[in-house]
Design a protein around this ligand. Sequence first.
Ligand code: CO
Length: 501
Amino acid sequence: MEDKLTKFRKLLGEISDLQSTGAVLGWDQQTYMPSGGAEGRAMQLATISRLAHEKFISDEIGMILEDLEPEAEALDYESDEACLVRQVSREYKKQCKVPSSWVAEFSRVTTLAQQAWQKAKAESDFPQFKPHLEEIVKLRRQYAGFFAPFDNVYDPLLDDFEPGMKTAEVKGVFDELRPQQTELVRAIADCGTAVDNSMLYREYPIQKQWDFGVEVIKKLGFDFERGRQDKSAHPFTTSFGLGDVRITTHFDPNYIGRSLYGTVHEAGHAMYEQGIGVSLRRMPIAQGASLGIHESQSRMWENIIGHSHAFCIAFYPRLQEYFPENLGDTDLESFYRAINKVETSLIRILADEATYNLHIMLRFDIELALMEGSLEVAELPEAWNSKMEEYLGLTPPDDGQGVLQDVHWSGGMIGYFTTYALGNLIASMFWEKMKEDIPDIEGQIERAEFSEILGWLRRNIHCHGAKFKPMELIERVTGSSLVSEPYMLYLQTKFGEIYRL
Ligand code: CO
C-alpha cells in the first residue's frame, strides 16, 4: 500500500502544480495584466486546466484508486491517507463524468466573459455581457446534465461549492430565515433610532488606508512571509500553495469601510489557507472544506470580530491617529454604531449584516430560475430589478449597480452566492462554540490579542483542510447539524442593542 500511496501522492502533486500555475495566471489576470493579454491568457488557462483535468481523470489515477479504496477503509477514518483517498475518489467519480472538451470550452468562455464583464460593468451596459452569460448558462446546464438524474438541476452546481448540500435544504433554510430577517430589518427601519455614518464617507487617502489595513491584518495573524496583498477591481483570495496565499483589496478614496473590511474579510480566507496542515501540502485536500466553511472564516473575522465593540476598542484609537482630520470628532461609541448602521442598499458587498442575506436570496432565486429555464438571460435586468424592489424596496438606477455588480457569473460560478449565506450561519455556530472554549474572548479582542482565537480556528478547522465534508466538519466542531438559530440570535442581540429594539 505504501508504494501505491507514494505514487498516488506524486501524481496528485503534479496536478496540484498545474492548478497552482493556473492560479498564478488567474491572479495576474485580475491584478496586473494589460487588457491586450486577455485572449492569450484565455488560451493559456484553457490549456492548463485541460492538462490538469486530463491528468486527474486518467486511467492511472482510476486504477490506483481502485486498489487503494478498500485498503483505505481499513485505516483510521480521520487519518490523512484515508481522507485523501475518500475525497479524491468522490471528486474523481464526479470529474470523470465531465468531458475534457467541456472543461477547456468552459475555461475559454469564462476567461473572455470576465473581460467582457469588466467593460460592461464600467459602462453599465448589460447587452455587452449578455451573449457571454448566455453561453455560460448553456454550459452550466450542460454540466448539470452530466450528473443526471438529480432532484434539482441546481444540485450538481451547488455540490461543486458545498459538497453534499442539496437545493431543497438551502430552500428550507432560506425559507426559515427570510421572514425573520425581513422582520428584523423592518423593526430597525421603524424604530426611529438614527445612526450617522457620514464620517466613514470622507476623503481617506488610499496609501493610509492600505497601511492601516496591513497593520490590522498583521495583528490578526495574516502571515506576510507566506502571503501578500495587491489591488483588484473585485477583492479575492487565491492560493499558490501553503507558502504563498494572495489577497487583493479594492480601495475607495471616499469610503473607509470598503477597504478596511474587505481586507479583513480576505485575510480571514487567507488565514484559513495558511493554517492548513503541512502534511496535506500539494494534495487536493490542501484547501478549504467548502466555500461555505471558507466564508464562515472570512465572515467571522469581518463581521463577528471586526464589527464588534471589542474590536473598536482595540483599533479605533489607532484609526483616529491615521485620520485625525476625519475621525477626531467622532467618539468610539459613535464609530461602533456607524460601522453597524443598517441601511438597505443596492450593492451586495456594501450591505450590512442585517440585510446581507436578502441580497443572497435574490441571487439564489435568479440562478435557480435561469437553471430551471423559467428565466431567460435577456430578461435578467428586469427580473433583478423587480426582486430588488420586492426584497429591499430599491430599484437600481442602472445595470452597473444592479445585475452587473458581481464578478461571479462571468466566471461561470453559478451556485456560489448561496455559500455566502451559509457562511454566515456556520460562522455563528463556530462562534458560539469558541465562546464556550475561550471565556475571555471579548477581553482578548479588546487587547488586540488574537493568537488564542486563531489557534482555536487552526486546531478545530484550518488544519483539516478538506479532509472532511463541510457538514461533517460542522458536526465535529459544534456537535450539531446546520441550524439558523445562533445566527438569528446573534443578529437580534447585536442590533437589538444598537437600535434599542
Ligand atoms: Co469571501
